[in-house]
Design a protein around this ligand. Structure first.
Ligand code: TRP
Length: 455
């Protein structure tokens, strides 16, 4: 009777399973590693405010859209978009959303895995007592030595990729649910402990002010673009990861509520990470704009001083690696399932996708040492990859999804999928996705390249 497609990859066992998997995808290095360092680089409060605004008016509506597209299409992003385009009487070229998403996921994972490797290596460093009573200089030197060694970086990157592929080839449903259910709350509590410790530091209020007191003189035009890009990155939006998880979502689950819960949890984790880190930065006279090494150069100082630091520090880097792991799985899942739909076995598909990503990751490794002077557009290979994916590819992907869902899909279909009845919910979503999100993305692009707004 129904003309709705059904998923060939099975369904989540419940709404909670989906929430856990999507939260596992969203919460990762983006929250704990990237958010603090880009906030530091972009002057603090004003950047945070723009980021929060982007989460609410762009991120949540796009997340709803992505889940909706996934559940309706019940397939990998490429095939889902093809199917939906046919259903909506639109051109098949809309499947390009799926293609570019797959490419973005692969590019992101190639550097994500290298950074996750840092976290893995810090488990070992912390548990072996490297940071006990270490001064900021010692901690900084340890980090410098890691970055300076392509061999160690390659080792940890390889280990992380292997860990990721092992889960992916068994199928996402196995084990992931249970692990996320247990480890995410633990990570959350540990962050609270660290914020508690930061509160005992002299400069706690300076950290709070840095994060929450907006000073719009400190944010640049480019900073606005980075804040928007990060809203996409941190919520895993714009490349089909959430779409593919949505494809396994049972009917009659509220997409709106679910999206808000996921975005809320993700944002909370990022803010807690910021609250834990900046007081340490200021109390030790460190530089908030230190760049990608920020958390690796600050948190170990605190772990070295606090009571039980060896335990908490080790646990922290274990949980951080775990959070990165559940995100990495979602970055590669679209490519793997697509290969599976083309007839590859899950085993072959996972190994192939993993191997290509691994090779590409070597570029990121070298950009921290041997090739740190090689710059394109004034950026290293790693910076360029990060910039291109988070600030350009993901927002463009989200933009296209918004246009497709709001302007081309029949209202009756989107309304049915969102299942919000005749209340204001649907009207708000529709307004945001039809106008605000696309205009917002375009506006930020034009503003960043200086075509609009004052110089
Ligand atoms: N959101 C994850 C993080 O914050 C990273 C991530 C996982 C991601 N899947 C994604 C980013 C898909 C963009 C698109 O660490």
């Amino acid at each position: 009777m129904s003309n709705k497609a059904t998923s060939i990859h099975g369904l989540w066992t419940s709404r909670w399973a989906f929430i856990l998997a999507a939260t596992g995808s969203a919460v990762g290095l983006g929250n704990i590693w990237k958010f603090p360092y880009i906030t530091g680089e972009n002057g603090g409060g004003a950047f945070v405010l723009v980021y929060l605004a982007c989460i609410v008016i762009i991120g949540i509506p796009i997340m709803m859209t992505e889940v909706l597209l996934g559940r309706r299409g019940r397939s990998t992003p490429i095939n889902a978009m093809k199917r939906l385009a046919v259903e909506a009487g639109a051109h098949k070229a809309w499947q390009i959303i799926g293609w570019s998403g797959m490419l973005a996921g692969f590019l992101i994972l190639s550097f994500y895995s290298v950074i996750a490797g840092w976290a893995l290596s810090y488990i070992l460093a912390t548990v072996s007592g490297t940071f006990a009573d270490a001064s900021p200089e010692v901690v900084g030197e340890h980090f410098g030595a890691l970055l300076g060694s392509p061999g160690s970086l390659l080792f940890w990157h390889t280990l992380f990729m292997v860990m990721t592929i092992v889960v992916v080839l068994r199928g996402v449903e196995h084990g992931l649910e249970k692990a996320v259910r247990f480890l995410m709350p633990t990570l959350f509590i540990l962050l609270l402990v660290m914020v508690g410790y930061s509160m005992s530091m002299g400069e706690f209020m300076r950290g709070v002010e840095f994060l929450f007191k907006p000073d719009f003189d400190k944010i640049t035009q480019e900073g606005i673009l980075i804040a928007m890009g990060h809203a996409f990155f941190t919520l895993s939006l714009g490349m089909g990861a959430i779409m593919i998880y949505g494809a396994y979502l049972p009917e009659n689950t509220s997409i709106a509520k679910t999206s808000i819960v996921i975005a809320g949890a993700d944002t909370l984790v990022a803010l807690l990470a910021g609250l834990a880190i900046f007081p340490i930065v200021f109390s030790n006279g460190l530089e908030p704009g230190a760049g990608p090494g920020l958390i690796f150069q600050t948190l170990p100082i605190a772990f070295g001083q606090m009571p039980g630091g060896l335990f908490f520090g080790t646990l922290f880097f274990i949980l951080l690696s775990f959070a990165a792991w559940t995100s990495a799985i979602s970055l590669i899942e679209p490519a793997v399932t697509w290969l599976v739909e083309r007839g590859f076995t899950r085993m072959k598909a996972s190994v192939l996708a993993g191997a290509i990503t691994w090779v590409f990751g070597i570029g990121t490794i070298l950009s921290f040492n041997l090739m740190s002077d090689v710059k394109i557009f004034d950026k290293t290979f790693f910076d360029l990859l990060d910039y291109l994916t988070a600030n350009i590819m993901l927002p463009l992907g989200g933009f296209a999804m918004a246009i497709f869902a709001a302007w081309l899909m029949p209202r009756i279909v989107t309304k049915d999928e969102l299942g919000m009845g005749d209340g204001p919910g649907y009207a708000i979503w529709s307004f945001l996705v039809k106008y605000i999100t696309p205009i917002g993305v375009i506006f930020v692009f034009l503003y960043a390249i200086g075509l609009i707004g004052e110089k």
